[in-house]
Design a protein around this ligand. Structure first.
Ligand code: FDP
Length: 342
């Protein structure tokens, strides 16, 4: 069967019709986000050319400061999103505090949290990176939004998505009715539906973790990884190890093929590395909407109540059976530990 030939813009409108009484504000917001994504994608594709095209040191040919790509993406998102009248407040992984809507623009009912360019240590080596966003309804009354608007548990998201800048640029989003992917056609600048209603396999054959940190892991995690490496035809082991080191790209692959991505707490980083509100919540919302699971090892990520904007959390995310299994390995080891110390 040939796939529907449909643009993202059209898809957003179709999705809106599934919500009787929708005002169209969310659709416009998603549309504005896709515009920022196109500009960031263009800039990411030029990343290696900066020096060749005559940009010197910190200044470009016009004598302007050359922005680092993650700052460029941050600024572009704000420019695309601050004037639409849909947002009450924003927050970005690149900025310490909440970002207010300028006084001369209208505020709206939504809250936008984003990581403008995730995996940024991969930019200079031409490896996939991504943008992640989460959308909530404001909980404050009218007027400027507040920090509390931004610190809602992930379960309260009404939409989330990511853009992965890889061999092509793909935008994946959910607004509560399935997870859908769109590939950017660079020749006519439109995101075209390429992955309709993505469902993550219940169990995968891929694990993604930075094994360089093995020494610092929880003993239960060490045992789980060893288990995945053992041979057993029935449970399709050993698993393959795939780690790009770019959360969006690693999770995008696992979403399509099945598997588990892990960034655990360890003895050096007791709270893990990845950010709850900018990275883990939106990715967990998407993976759950595709039938997967996401946990900090014990608790569902989407149930965690953020205490501050830049808080970190351990994360185990992907195919539901795989996430349940790592939770079991971690719990078993906790019990053994308690028995030994009692
Ligand atoms: P990066 O440091 O390159 O920005 O969010 C941070 C992140 O990338 C994730 O995208 C990625 O999954 C993880 O960190 C990689 O961390 P390690 O280098 O510690 O494996």
């Amino acid at each position: 069967m040939t796939m529907k030939f449909m643009t993202l813009a059209r898809h957003i409108i179709e999705q809106e019709k599934l919500h009787p009484g929708a005002t169209g504000e969310l659709s416009k917001l998603l549309h504005d986000l896709s515009l920022a994504a196109k500009v960031i994608s263009l800039e990411v594709n030029k990343a290696g050319l900066a020096d060749i095209l005559g940009f010197t040191g910190d200044n470009n040919v016009h004598g302007e400061k050359v922005k680092k790509l993650d700052i460029f993406a941050h600024d572009m998102l704000i420019r695309a999103m601050d004037h639409g009248g849909h947002l009450a407040i924003m927050a970005s992984e690149e900025e310490e505090d909440i970002i207010h809507i300028p006084d001369h623009y209208k505020t709206g009912k939504y809250v936008l949290l984003f990581d403008p360019l995730d995996g940024s240590s991969n930019i200079d080596v031409n490896i996939s990176i991504g943008t992640i966003f989460a959308i909530y309804r404001r909980i404050s009354n009218a007027g400027p939004g507040t920090l509390e608007d931004c610190l809602q548990p992930g379960d309260k998201q009404i939409a989330a998505g990511y853009i992965v800048y890889g061999s092509s640029t793909i935008l994946v989003y959910t607004a509560g009715h399935g997870v859908h992917g769109f590939t950017l056609d660079p020749s006519f600048g439109e995101f075209i539906l390429s992955h309709e209603n993505i469902q993550i396999p219940k169990k995968g054959k891929i694990y993604s973790i930075n094994e360089g940190n093995y020494k610092y892991w929880h003993p239960g995690l060490k045992k789980y990884i060893k288990y995945l490496q053992e041979e057993d035809k029935e449970t399709e082991r050993p698993y393959s190890s795939r780690y790009i080191g770019s959360m969006v790209a690693d999770i995008h692959r696992n979403l399509l093929y099945g598997g588990i991505f892990m960034y655990p707490a360890d003895s050096r980083s007791p709270r893990g590395k990845l950010r709850l509100v900018y990275e883990c919540n939106p990715m967990s919302f998407i993976v759950e909407a595709a039938g997967g699971k996401s946990s900090d090892g014990k608790t569902r990520i989407l149930d965690l109540v953020p205490e501050n904007l830049h808080q970190r959390t351990p994360i185990f995310i992907g195919s539901a059976d795989d996430v349940t299994m790592v939770e079991e390995f971690l719990a078993k080891e906790e019990v053994l530990n308690e028995i030994q110390h009692s």
